[in-house]
Design a protein around this ligand. Structure first.
Ligand SMILES: [Zn+2]
Length: 337
């Protein structure tokens, strides 16, 4: 690259990054200013979205893990302690999603922190999945299951602000209704795909709940046979260190069920799925990587097709349905919904 162009690009990058950072700092300062509203801090964008919807104008919601950062490994950075101290209420996903040591320690020390997944595990233990002897934290991938966190958000608000209890209750009720509709829409999208084509392969193990709720046939949902509906080369937390055994297992699975498309995820490197495509071609398989990444552990930026929890799930459903329905020859030509 010519030096002058490189310098120009570099200075744009520094300017934009600096600009984004100071904008973010301004947002944090505004969020911390006392204004009579409940200050609510959520770890992930999906939890934040529900917390914001239930709280409406009575809460100031702020999300800790922004953009495409990985919630499994997120560790506290400078300024995060102040956010935790300023928050009246803290919501986190729980079920060991947030296992970066510094974040995990803070979450379990704070008396005003609610692990929403842990609470629904107490309510409905059989609805929480264990994958390879580990709790699967990706509960937001089944909309009906994730909507069970709403009563806990309502209760946390009511305990802190009892005089506005009816307000939170009504908003919680409306949100549950909306999520009920979204659950039906996601189910309907996937039901358009013939059962013999309803197999999903993505980068990491984020879609087990999705597979059980939306890819499996009704009779498969009761036992464990829904598990064949979803495979991923990386485990419950993204990690692109794949062994030859991992790769072979995925290729064998894709051959067995005649799967020819792999879905990247918006916040995970595509290295693993590229390795699968290469290994597949050595075995004479023509595998494609879908052009449209799915939203797994992160929502999309404002203005994108995944900037709310409901939009993210409907987008995922449409993307998956479209690609699985396409013939092998058309798989690469699919546009993003
Ligand atoms: Zn994940």
């Amino acid at each position: 690259m010519r030096p002058i162009i490189a310098t120009f690009i570099m200075s744009c990058f520094v300017f934009l990054t600096g600009c984004g950072q100071s904008e973010r700092q301004g947002e944090v300062r505004r969020w911390m200013e006392p204004n009579g509203k409940l200050k609510v801090l959520s770890t992930t964008a999906m939890v934040n979205d529900l917390a914001k919807e239930v709280g409406g104008d009575l809460v100031d919601a702020h999300v800790l893990i922004i953009g495409e950062l990985n919630p499994h490994s997120y560790q506290l950075v400078k300024g995060d302690d102040e956010k935790f101290n300023a928050a009246d209420i803290i919501f986190f996903n729980g079920l060991n999603l947030e296992h970066g040591p510094s974040l995990k320690k803070t979450l379990y020390e704070k008396k005003n922190a609610y692990g929403l997944g842990d609470l629904i595990q107490n309510d409905y233990p059989s609805r929480i999945l264990n994958v390879k002897n580990e709790l699967d934290p990706h509960i937001w991938m089944d909309v009906s299951l994730f909507s069970e966190v709403i009563p806990h958000i309502v209760k946390a608000y009511k305990d802190k602000d009892p005089k506005n209890g009816p307000f939170y209750e009504e908003r919680g009720r409306l949100l549950r209704e909306r999520l009920g509709q979204a659950h039906a829409e996601v189910k309907e999208q996937l039901a358009q795909v013939r059962p013999e084509k309803r197999y999903l392969v993505t980068s990491h193990d984020a879609f087990n709940y999705f597979a059980r709720a939306y890819l499996a046939e009704d009779r498969e949902q009761k036992g464990l046979s829904w598990q064949v509906r979803f495979q991923a080369p990386e485990g419950l937390a993204p990690d692109s260190q794949l062994s030859a055994i991992d790769i072979k297992a995925i290729i064998d699975h894709m051959m067995k069920y005649q799967i020819h498309v792999l879905f990247p995820e918006s916040n995970v490197s595509q290295d693993s799925i590229r390795k699968i495509v290469d290994a597949g071609s050595e075995r004479g398989m023509k595998l494609h990587i879908a052009r449209c990444p799915l939203y797994a552990d992160a929502m999309g930026p404002p203005g994108s097709s995944g900037d709310t929890y409901v939009k993210m799930m409907v987008y995922n459903a449409k993307t998956i349905a479209k690609h699985l329905q396409a013939s092998e020859a058309d798989a690469e030509k699919q546009e993003c919904p």
